[in-house]
Design a protein around this ligand. Structure first.
Ligand code: NAD
Ligand code: UFG
Length: 347
């Protein structure tokens, strides 16, 4: 069975390609390399012992998609491609709406044209907005994301729900090839493949906590700023549901395996259900590397919520999937990757 993986050269997509191939799927990657490197594709190939078919191109390029759908028999699409920097989305909202929403629209149109109607989409816990009482359940009302990036995730979820609902209208009767769409809401993916060969390689200054910490640890940056120490949490710093990227990748394989039993559109949280504070992560990384991480406290970052934690019970019930890796694993693996690749993929 062949799977089209959009954004497969990126952080989460690259780890998922490995788990897909290990599970027996054939994978074709479509990525425009706007936030990744061809080296990641080579390294996936090295880890799985086979070359991974790779097409450099955009999900917004209809001709590329038509070429792909006519040359391969895809059973499903795993859709990671998109822009994801929250700050950049505030300064360049149209770029985010065009790339994420416009690109996804073209992809869905070409999937429908090709009769490939099984989709796994990379959504985010950001769709819960600033909901007050974690853990968050998929059936609770969605919130208001505070930035254009988050809004693109919310709108694409809506778009998928409308597309799935359109099946019933399309031919005035039961559709014999209905959409099956899984909206996977990721919490905070961190860590790296245990080989240390692939990992997170942000361009420029990292926005996210874990790559910032590992860059301090490896000497690329002098000190971590912890944004806010006066939240209403046990140690005053924010709480997040950090999930090992390989657990997340395995969650995608589980979603793909169960997709044919999920007609319509189904939202599923991918998280551990356990919250750790920013200081917990700093201390876990200090234990992993065996020395202190220089850090100072700074004012709160606008838009941050105090605590974000998943209720992972739907994933367990529907997919039979739960996380296996600990915070210590996340830190050890993130550090192994950063230590072996101080400049990431080096481009
Ligand atoms: P990433 O930037 O490493 O990967 C995204 C990939 O998509 C990159 O390789 C990029 O080059 C590619 N891409 C971007 N626009 C494209 C286009 N128009 N056509 C083809 N390729 C394109 O990001 P990631 O962390 O691996 O995230 C993957 C997905 O998961 C994204 O949709 C992201 O929004 C979502 N997500 C990520 C997180 C997180 O914390 N990392 C959390 C929630 C959701
Ligand atoms: N943080 C710091 N210092 C840093 C970076 C982050 O203290 O240098 C703190 C943040 O203030 C926050 C916590 O670490 O309290 C986690 O921040 P991240 O940026 O790593 O993650 P977020 O929870 O803000 O956002 C992540 C993804 C988003 C996604 C969201 C969904 O980056 O794409 O989870 O919950 F939308």
């Amino acid at each position: 069975m062949s799977i089209l993986v959009t954004g497969g050269a990126g952080y989460i997509g690259s780890h998922t390609c490995i788990e897909l191939i290990k599970a027996g799927y054939s994978v074709v990657v479509l990525d425009d390399l706007s936030n990744s490197s061809r080296e990641a594709i080579c390294r996936i190939g090295g880890l799985v012992g086979q070359e991974v078919p790779f097409i450099e191109g955009s999900i917004a390029d209809r001709s590329v998609l038509q070429h792909l759908f006519s040359n391969y028999q895809f059973s499903a699409v795993l859709h990671f491609a998109g822009s994801k920097a929250v700050g950049e989305s505030v300064s360049h909202p149209l770029m985010y709406y065009r790339n994420n929403i416009g690109g996804t629209t073209v992809l869905l149109e070409e999937m429908a044209r090709a009769g490939v109607k099984q989709l796994v989409f990379s959504s985010s816990a950001t769709v819960y907005g600033d909901a007050p009482n974690p853990p968050f359940r998929e059936d609770q009302p969605l919130g208001q994301p505070t930035n254009p990036y988050g809004k693109t995730k919310l709108f694409i979820e809506e778009l998928c729900r409308d597309v799935a609902a359109s099946d019933a209208q399309a031919c005035g009767g039961p559709d014999n090839n209905p959409w099956h769409i899984a909206l996977l809401r990721y919490f905070n993916p961190v860590g790296a493949h245990e080989s240390g060969r692939i990992g997170e390689d942000p361009r420029g200054t990292p926005n996210n906590l874990m790559p910032y910490i590992t860059q301090v640890a490896v000497g690329r940056r002098p000190s971590l700023s912890i944004f806010g120490s006066d939240y209403d949490t046990p140690d005053g710093t924010c709480i997040r549901d950090f999930i090992h990227v390989v657990d997340l990748a395995e969650g995608h394989v589980a979603a793909l395996k169960h997709l044919s039993a999920m007609p319509g559109c189904t939202a599923i949280n991918l998280g551990t259900g356990v919250g750790y504070s920013v200081l917990d992560v700093v201390h876990a990384m200090e234990a992993a590397i065996g020395r202190p991480i220089p850090h100072t406290f700074a004012p709160r970052r606008p838009g941050d919520s105090a605590a974000t934690v998943s209720d992972p019970s739907r994933a367990k019930a529907i997919l039979g999937w739960a996380t296996r890796r600990t915070l210590a694993d996340m830190c050890t693996d993130a550090w192994r990757w950063q230590q072996a690749n101080p400049q990431g993929y080096g481009e």
